[in-house]
Design a protein around this ligand. Sequence first.
Ligand SMILES: [Zn+2]
Length: 159
Amino acid sequence: MFRVTQQIEFCYGHRLLNYAGKCRHLHGHNGRAVICLEAEELDDRGMLVDFTDVKKLLRTWIDEELDHRMIMHKDDPFLPILQARHEPVYVIPTNPTAENIARLIYTKAREMGFPVVEVTLWETANSSATYRGESGMPAPEWNPQTLRSTIPITAFPNE
Ligand SMILES: [Zn+2]
């Protein structure tokens, strides 16, 4: 079994509902997502996954959807106010804790076809949360050749 990890740094704001501590107020973090991928087989280049593919898909998604945005619970009373002011938000159906943001990135990586087994979100230098997927969830069918050939290279003209 091979394992590779990729780290993606991004800035986000949030606040927690139903919470008495400091995090009930709007505030931000310099977060770092650590994405772990595993597979039994390597492709013909000897790679589990090309880090460039992770950058093109997952990093781009994080840059566009999460970076420098408020990640907010759908029922947060501030949400309509921020939306009315065209502030950038990313709405999730759960409290935007480090745990739930790790699960969000894990789910997105899986949708993109990466053989992700675990995502850790470092919210601060000392605090992290990890999502490993539901127990019993089978590993995604991983075919690096397929992923490579389906990536729309032309969508990333700056690469
Ligand atoms: Zn926080």
